[in-house]
Design a protein around this ligand. Structure first.
Ligand code: ATP
Length: 292
């Protein structure tokens, strides 16, 4: 019999989870699966989850929350091929769940978890410390995330307002790219380090990305006039970013990126502060992840 360990973030997405335990109980009974539940506290969670895994030896650990909760659980499961990572998307954006075709309804995602279709997913190691499972970037989008988070606002309208405010103040930086076999300089508004293909909004930044190909993509957004946002939006939402004259996409296994003036870095939706140097390295097949 499978043992499932649910890691529930009680505050993610601002979603009421009062019925979640009941739904988990119903679904696990139907599928004759044993289960345990642990709630995150926002402090020492990695250690508490690792202790529970040691104690229970679960077959699947399910991150119930947003991308931050998935990143937390993934950190504990790295390199453990015998424990699968499941996702119950209960965050505000749920970018990785969308990428893995996991629906946002609880019953639907539990069905997928119990069906057990998996991939061996790569992760990006950033500055030898953080892991990125989905999409990380330096520049425009990270500044937008920081601005939006600091405002404390929610919803699409507020997001659009902050998008335009960031757009009209956008900066460019001269970056040095060192991929080992080649080095070059390029001025850019944003550089994306992409394991996945699209943001939680559905905007496809990296149309040819794969979570399990042993590579990541560097998507370089070159300086553009403000009105280029119309053609960029078209390419984002039709999955044709490779055709944009303002964007270059390169495949890589390792990148040393540097700039003279620091800029904001975000990893899987979390603002990490400002950096002048970013080192990105692919770590292939680190997570055994359940997909739809
Ligand atoms: N019990 C808790 N109380 C307060 N904060 C918590 C608690 N448990 C986890 N956290 C915090 O929740 C954040 C992660 O939230 P997560 O990203 O999963 O959801 P979200 O932000 O609502 O969704 P998304 O990132 O997809 O927009 C982390 O910053 C973590 O420290």
């Amino acid at each position: 019999m499978n043992h499932l360990l649910f890691v529930v973030n009680p505050i993610s997405g601002g979603i009421d989870k009062s019925d979640l335990h009941h739904q988990i109980d119903g679904c696990c009974k139907t599928h004759q699966a044993e289960y345990s539940i642990i709630e995150t506290k926002g402090k020492n969670d990695k250690e508490r989850i690792a202790d529970r895994i040691k104690e229970l030896s679960p077959d699947i650990v399910i991150a119930c929350g947003g991308d931050g909760t998935i990143n937390l659980v993934a950190n504990v499961l790295l390199g453990k091929d015998n424990v699968k990572l499941g996702i119950l998307p209960l965050g505000s954006a749920n970018g990785l769940a969308t990428e893995l075709d996991i629906p946002e309804d609880i019953e639907g995602s539990l069905e997928i978890i119990l069906a057990g279709k998996t991939i061996h997913m790569d992760v990006l190691r950033i500055n030898k410390k953080y892991i990125s499972l989905h999409l990380s970037d330096i520049g425009f989008n990270a500044a937008l995330i920081k601005r939006f988070e600091a405002s404390g606002s929610r919803g699409k309208l507020a997001y659009a307002r902050h998008f335009f405010a960031t757009l009209f103040k956008k900066k460019t930086r001269k970056y040095q790219f060192d991929l080992g076999y080649t080095k070059f300089n390029q001025r850019a508004e944003m550089v994306v380090f992409a394991n996945a293909t699209k943001y939680g909004t559905g905007a496809v930044v990296n149309p040819e990305g794969h979570l399990d190909d042993g590579k990541f993509e560097i998507c370089i957004f070159k300086p553009s006039p403000w009105y280029a946002m119309f053609s960029l939006a078209y390419h984002f939402f039709t999955g044709q970013m490779k055709r944009s004259r303002y964007v270059s996409i390169l495949s890589a296994e390792e990148l040393h990126l540097s700039t003279k003036k620091s800029d904001i870095l975000q990893i899987d939706g979390e603002d990490l502060g400002e950096y002048k140097k970013v080192h990105v390295q692919i770590e292939p097949a680190q997570l055994h992840v359940i997909r739809g």
